[in-house]
Design a protein around this ligand. Structure first.
Ligand code: NAP
Length: 285
């Protein structure tokens, strides 16, 4: 690519940022669309975030991504936050507006678009969310208006309880129920969509899975493991061995990037372009 006086700049703020795959996504999208844009990861400490966001605005930075550990703390630094991001309590994309940056969350719309692309329905589903961290919470918030029931299964019961309470308030019905990791056998027999949102099974601990009990695994018709390294987790393997379908989190990563790129550049990325970027991502893992 050629950098010149018209090159638009987008940046990623996080700590650490060394292993991010986002530059692969945005460089490929810029190339495929012919948009003159660069994307640069910047390691920023928490105490420097305010100056970083102000500095980005002063430097005419078009857009920013924000990753761990800044997704929540960036919110007070923005001039507006969209409704979904506010509900989730986490922002991963900043779009330049007149007086500063507007914060959005493209992780969850990214997960929805990934599921759509894989042909996974969520409407009226019975769902098991494994984990009660930041992402599990966002998943439960996003699903609560659409699904029939959500079991939130977590090692620390208190966190699962908090999410279930919040989600039930948003939904205005008792859609979510907290379950302790040791008590997963209380989930009634049935066929479930499972979203694996714990860290268990991530590289280099590839041989681990959060639950390995065959009786539990048999209840899952489809699993979405948000981990993408390794590309097939032990959890996914267990579900496949039991006859279920299993997907990893790479498409969620892809689509959260695509949605950010679309917002920054006011373009629509086609499925064909998305497929090209997905292959590049797979190869870069
Ligand atoms: P987080 O806030 O740190 O939450 C981690 C969750 O994992 C908690 O529920 C924690 O349980 C559970 N956990 C950790 N170690 C465990 C263990 N040994 N046994 C049982 N449970 C354990 O993390 P997060 O930000 O929500 O991220 C969760 C996952 O999503 C990660 O795997 C991350 O890679 C993935 N992710 C994917 C994408 C994507 O684009 N595909 C984007 C973001 C995140 P406790 O509450 O008991 O500690």
């Amino acid at each position: 690519m050629r950098i010149d006086g018209n090159t638009k700049t987008c940046v990623l703020l996080g700590d650490p940022v060394e292993h991010t795959l986002s530059p692969v996504i945005h460089s490929a999208l810029a190339e495929l669309t012919g948009i003159n844009m660069v994307y640069i990861p910047c390691r920023v400490k928490a105490e420097d975030m305010e100056r970083a966001v102000q500095g980005a605005f002063a430097l005419n930075i078009l857009g920013l991504n924000v990753t761990i550990p800044h997704k929540e703390k960036v919110i007070p630094l923005l001039c507006e936050t969209d409704k979904l991001a506010e509900r989730i309590g986490a922002v991963n994309t900043l779009v330049r507006v007149k007086d500063g940056y507007k914060g959005l969350n493209t992780d969850m719309p990214g997960l929805c678009r990934a599921m759509e692309s894989d042909g996974i329905r969520i409407q009226d589903e019975n769902v098991i969310v494994l984990g009660a961290g930041g992402v599990a919470r966002a998943v439960a918030v996003m699903l609560c208006d659409k699904v029939n029931h959500i079991y939130i299964v977590n090692r620390t019961m208190k966190r699962a309880d908090e999410i279930a309470g919040e989600v039930n308030t948003y939904a205005g019905r008792r859609v979510a129920e907290a379950v302790c990791l040791d008590g997963y056998d209380m989930i009634p027999d049935g066929r479930y969509l499972a979203i694996q949102a714990t860290n268990v099974g991530m590289y280099p601990h590839c041989e681990e899975a959060v639950i390995t009990d065959q009786q539990f695994i048999n209840k899952i018709h489809t699993s979405y493991d948000l981990i993408y390294n390794p590309q097939k987790t032990r959890f996914m393997q267990l579900v496949e061995n039991a006859g279920g379908k299993a997907y990893n989190g790479l498409k969620m990563l892809l689509y959260q990037g695509i949605i950010a790129f679309e917002l920054w550049n006011n373009v629509t990325i086609t499925e064909e372009q998305a497929d090209v970027v997905y292959e590049r991502l797979r190869k870069s893992l």
